[in-house]
Design a binder for this molecule. Sequence first.
Ligand SMILES: [Zn+2]
Length: 390
Amino acid sequence: MQVSSEEILEKLIAIPSITDTANEEIVACIEKIAAPFARVRRLPGAPGDRAALLLSVGPHERPGVVLSAHTDVVAVAGQPWSSDPFVLTEREGRLYGRGTSDMKGFVACVLAALPAFAAARLETPVHVALSYDEEIGCKGAGDLVALLARLPAPPALCIVGEPSGMKVMRAHKGKTGWRVTARGRTGHSALPHRAANAVTALARLAAHLADLAADLKAGARDEAFDPPYATLHIGSLHGGAALNVVPDEAVMEFELRTIPGTDGAAILRRIEHLAAEARAALKAEAEEADLVVEELSSYPALATAADTPEAAAVARLCGDNGPPGTIAFGTEAGLYDRAGLPTLVCGPGDIARAHKADEWVGRDELAQCDAMLARLVEMCRRPASEWITR
Ligand SMILES: [Zn+2]
């Protein structure tokens, strides 16, 4: 019996699979659904209690199509949901639940299409790549990307099904996040000359980073993005406990978002230089002082050109007649792009509904995605080189 994408979505939503937690339950559920139709490969992850999945159908020695998604979702704590976020709930054609838009809706459609892929005589294989921990900085896709890029016949196309309203998206910014911890020397506030103020050290560094942000604003531009330049943002700066005590610890977090084609290495060198200066200034006040920079997460930009045969092929699959767009949020597509795979983003739902209470995906949106995958089944009866053309 044919199982619908909505029925599969109901099962996936019932498993919380919150990011940065063990994911055995959702992995086992997907393996069970996929096993009759696909070769299933589990890729154990570095945290030990989670895994990525690769589901393949068709001749593995041919260049194939990758359908990429993450199975983790953001937490619901503190959000005012109108219904249980882990029970798929329909109201007026909208399906509510955590992950419906981002991005279990796409996963459900892909799993529902597996029987059709398996029944077709495929000349182009299909690889479903399912990662974990995407929501904390694309941490669980590395092994999948490496494995796919190393196949004897590297994939001809990768579609990342992040919510795009089923429009074709070709580019997004890259992002790196950091935490800086300054440790100085405490003391009485009347005797600051014998102490080393960690808050002052980070405040100075923050001011220098703001100057760098102004330089980036005046630098390279790509009008396809809003804003059309690289940005540097300070998200938090904490330190100190009382007015009469010199603070000996302060912590700051900041992020850099680059447009495709920016010289990221040059910006990184400037950030490293600013941090080294701040560290030296703090150590000059107290030799035991220190300032440590940790990278929290990083993913590269996606930069597929607008006029590629791959973008044209995905446009035909999803029925999007407009020029391919750009997205404001980051995805694993940047990792596939960097590995040399032609990559586009196209999936059901809307990122504006994601990560908050009452996230939903429309039944009509799932139907559009089902239709795209049905067209892909037909296309994959032919070699990729015959239909990935302008
Ligand atoms: Zn997502």
